[in-house]
Design a protein around this ligand. Structure first.
Ligand SMILES: *Cc1c(COP(=O)(O)O)cnc(C)c1O
Length: 409
């Protein structure tokens, strides 16, 4: 078992201060970050850490990516906010760029991931009533166990995580929870009221759970056969992380709706969006949905830069190649402190042998060694560094992990 990390008095005081007047809805690791570049962050005392969390995939393109920053700076000096009451001159380009990337006709921009998921739910329900002919107020949406789609009351209502859910009811009806990874479970849950299946193509918060091969293809087929929309929440899995532009690409699957966020904001501002064809997104008409900040000029400028970065395929290739190296090295640690390794691309969930310690303890041991990671659900630690990380740095991080595990033994 590990002792808690050596924390300097300065850091301890700043951590305590940051808790004093804030709600305690997080339990952050004891590091106070001051500055960052690429895959590296520096704390207030000048210590450097390799960021292997990357803002839960919000920083796919690294801290301070020069292309994204240049786009943001240029936009900051010219125009930042108009509201959608007026048209601004970056809006059309953003929608066209993201529409081309997703292969969809239409984009509905929001800010946070949860808002984009809420948008997808609203669109699916309205589509169900107006296009599919589901009786008013009866629409159901199928979701998966261990899902993470955000923190609004509607969304936590169909979470299976007691921490996320307990104490926040009453919850919105209209959701059916089925086992993740089982196409049969989806087929069995579908009836005439079903308007959509909402899934993460890889479950991030659950511990980077990759579904069995063929699952996404089967979900796509079942949805098509039953006139049900397939909604892929690619907020964490999308935009390069898994080695493809979208995690659904791994099986060549095209959902009816993509839900995007996190990396779409380039690590600068919250940018999220739903992408779908006009036959689906066209059900939303003026006044029926919106957001004061959604699709603002600064967000659009950043979003355009992000789509441009993805258009060459360079980041997807990096994620695939570095991911293969990462997974190869991690598999070598199974039986040496790790029980299992999962993931795809530059994204891994590792299960720590519980006899060595918790995920939190391993995260703290890595913090001491200059690597930032975050535990999720007990004994699992998630690794998802920025896609700009060098091979050398990535291997250095795995060496630190091996060291931490062997010290805990
Ligand atoms: C992070 C995340 C969300 C919620 O995004 P927020 O910006 O935190 O609201 C939704 N779905 C998935 C898969 C996520 O990883």
């Amino acid at each position: 078992m590990t002792q808690s990390p050596r924390i300097s008095p300065t850091t301890a005081a700043l951590v305590e201060q940051s808790e004093r007047r804030s709600a305690h809805n997080y339990h952050p690791l004891p590091v106070v970050i001051h500055q960052a570049e690429g895959a590296w962050v520096t704390d207030v005392e000048g210590r450097r850490y390799l960021d292997c969390l990357a803002g839960y995939s919000s920083l796919n393109f690294g801290h301070g990516n020069p292309v994204i920053l240049a786009a943001a700076r240029a936009q900051l000096d010219r125009l930042t906010l108009t509201s959608r009451a007026f048209v601004h001159d970056r809006f059309a380009d953003f929608c066209a760029a993201l529409g081309d990337l997703t292969g969809k006709d239409m984009i509905l921009p929001m800010n946070t991931g949860a808002e984009a998921v809420e948008t997808a739910i609203k669109v699916a329900r309205k589509w169900g009533y107006e296009v599919k002919g589901v009786p008013d107020g009866m629409a159901t949406i199928i979701v998966a166990e261990n899902n993470f789609h955000g923190r609004t009351t509607t969304i936590v209502g169909f979470s299976t995580d007691p921490d996320a859910r307990n104490g926040f009811g009453p919850f919105a009806p209209g959701f059916r929870v089925v086992k993740y990874g089982s196409a049969d479970a989806i087929r069995d849950a579908i009836d005439d009221t079903t308007v959509a299946v909402l899934i993460e193509p890889v479950q991030g918060e659950a511990g980077v759970l990759v579904p069995p091969d063929g699952y996404l293809t089967q979900v796509r087929e079942i949805c098509a056969e039953n006139r049900v929309l397939m909604i892929a929440d690619e907020i964490q899995s999308g935009l390069g992380r898994t080695g493809d532009t979208f995690a659904c690409d791994h099986e060549g699957v095209v959902p009816d709706m993509y839900v995007l966020g996190k990396a779409l904001g380039g690590g600068v501002v919250p940018v999220s969006a739903v992408a779908a064809d006009a036959a689906v997104l066209g059900v939303i008409r003026p006044g029926q949905h919106g957001s004061t900040f959604g699709g603002n000029p600064l967000a659009c400028a950043v979003g355009i830069a992000v789509v441009e970065l993805l258009s060459t395929g360079e980041y997807q290739t990096r994620a695939r190649e570095l991911g293969a190296l990462l997974h190869g090295r991690l598999r070598g640690l199974v039986g040496h402190g790790l029980l299992a390794v999962r993931g795809r691309g530059l994204w891994a969930g590792i299960d720590i042998d519980p006899s060595l310690g918790t995920g939190r303890q391993v995260s703290e041991a890595l913090l001491e060694r200059g690597v930032l990671v975050k535990d999720t659900h007990g004994s699992t630690v998630r690794l998802g560094p920025p896609l700009v990380i060098s091979e050398e740095d990535l291997m250095w991080a795995v060496d630190r992990l091996a060291e931490a595990l062997s010290d805990l033994r």
